[in-house]
Design a protein around this ligand. Structure first.
Ligand SMILES: NC(=O)c1ccc[n+]([C@@H]2O[C@H](COP(=O)([O-])OP(=O)(O)OC[C@H]3O[C@@H](n4cnc5c(N)ncnc54)[C@H](O)[C@@H]3O)[C@@H](O)[C@H]2O)c1
Ligand SMILES: O=C(O)[C@H](O)COP(=O)(O)O
Length: 390
């Protein structure tokens, strides 16, 4: 088996090294079996039916058309938590930068010259008094991989933390310590926080989560941070809230022409996950997840398919992607029975409109396997059939 991987964006070489050259070709065809990407806009980048899987090295998958991928039988993966520490560390830095005049003091100090520089700094430092984070309240919206770490770090700095995440996973709820209270409503967080930091995915539901209405609810003079995505915070509403003094500063990873030359907006160029460690971690995780799927059919960390794992113990594995409708297992196994193929092991899982079935069987002669695959693919609700040899 030789498979083709196509990459977009800067993928760390450590990730590409996960693919053994004897089994995988990288960037040698326009009809790849799988894609390894970061923020490439796949809404505008056509991927053909050859693409079995797309792995996103990173968290956000709003750059991938998930519904189209599912109906194409393309499994989409991300790498949960791979860059969460990088974002957390940047948020800590941005909280301090927003709170103390670090940039202006450095710029001033750089301009000093003469033999008495040390004296000048001592004289001038009174112009650069800041405040502290300790004792202030921070609202953390979204308590997943990033938000839960930010909440912990803020608490460790002596801040009062209020979390908000109505959809928190059991895993992340466990990670969050009991001393971090969770609000039942967004308004509660906005009303009581000196800092509000957002760590949620961009989805249709989360588009414009923070708009004029929410900014009216926010504590006067609060500082808002958005290291999630463009579109979650309405830019016009933010500009209006800065102009009327409702918020003091907007700190974000997502630039806009609306923020140019504003001293009350601090923009970093989408570098939340841009550390060597995070890029290596995400690329390796994405490549390992892809290999697992391509070689065994097992699915972990998918954002559009169910998690499906079964030990690959037989000679042959059939994997079927099909619509999630009644009696599919019955129809599939009937065809296997008609072809006199005995099932060693089997698993079926579904997620929303899509379902996935893996069937392990003993070795089948090539011609018989071809007929079996054709018969399975002839079921109208079946989207894709693969046969994997152990
Ligand atoms: N700036 C960057 O470089 C950078 C890096 C990593 C992640 N991100 C962005 O941050 C997002 C979060 O990353 P993550 O790794 O923590 O993802 P995650 O999936 O681990 O956590 C997201 C959390 O948000 C919660 N959530 C969803 N909608 C919500 C809402 N309306 N209100 C409150 N909570 C809500 C979910 O329940 C989940 O717990 C990503 O989707 C991505 O867009 C940006
Ligand atoms: O969602 C993410 O993981 C971040 O926004 C990082 O995006 P990047 O891979 O383009 O740096």
């Amino acid at each position: 088996m030789t498979m083709d991987i196509k990459t977009y964006n800067m993928i760390a070489p450590e990730g590409l090294a996960v693919f053994p050259p004897a089994m995988y070709r990288i960037n040698q065809t326009d009809k790849p079996d799988a894609l390894l990407i970061r923020s490439q806009d796949m809404h505008k980048t056509h991927f053909g039916t050859s693409v079995l899987a797309i792995a996103r090295a990173g968290a956000g998958v709003n750059n991938i058309p998930l519904v189209e991928a599912s109906s194409n039988g393309t499994v989409v993966f991300n790498t949960p938590g791979s860059n969460a520490n990088a974002v957390k560390e940047l948020i800590v830095a941005m909280l301090v930068i927003a709170t103390r005049p670090i940039f202006s003091s450095i710029t001033w100090a750089r301009k000093l010259n003469g033999a008495d520089v040390s004296l000048q700094t001592e004289k001038g430092k009174n112009h650069f008094a800041g405040t502290e984070l300790k004792g202030k309240t921070i609202g953390v919206i979204g308590l997943g991989a990033v938000g839960s770490r930010v909440a912990r770090a803020a608490a460790d700095m002596g801040m009062h933390v209020i979390g908000y995440d109505p959809y928190i996973s059991v895993e992340h709820a466990w990670r969050l310590s009991n001393d971090i209270p969770r609000a039942g409503e967004l308004a509660e967080v906005l009303r009581s926080s000196d800092y509000v930091t957002i760590h949620i995915p961009y989805t249709e539901k989360n588009k414009d989560l923070i708009t004029a209405k929410e900014l009216q609810q926010i504590k006067k003079g609060a500082i808002l941070l958005n290291y999630s995505r463009w579109g979650i915070v309405n830019e016009d509403a933010v500009v209006a809230a800065l102009d009327n003094g409702q918020i003091k500063q907007y700190v974000t990873d997502f630039s806009s022409s609306k923020f140019i030359k504003r001293d009350d907006v601090i923009v970093t160029p989408h570098i939340g996950g841009t550390t060597i460690e995070a890029e290596v971690c995400g690329a390796k995780m994405a490549a390992q997840t892809l290999r697992k799927y391509l070689e065994t059919g097992n699915i972990v960390n998918s954002v559009n398919f169910p998690t499906v794992e079964m030990e690959f113990a037989s000679a042959l594995r059939l994997t079927l992607i099909h619509r999630n409708v009644p009696n599919m297992v019955g129809r599939i196994t009937t065809i296997l029975a008609q072809e006199e193929v005995n099932i060693d092991n089997m698993i079926n899982r579904s997620r929303d409109q899509i379902a996935y079935t893996m069937i392990d069987v003993a070795a089948i002669p090539a011609e018989k396997l071809k007929n079996l695959q054709a018969a399975l693919l002839a079921i109208p609700e079946v989207i894709r059939v693969r046969a994997l040899q152990k």
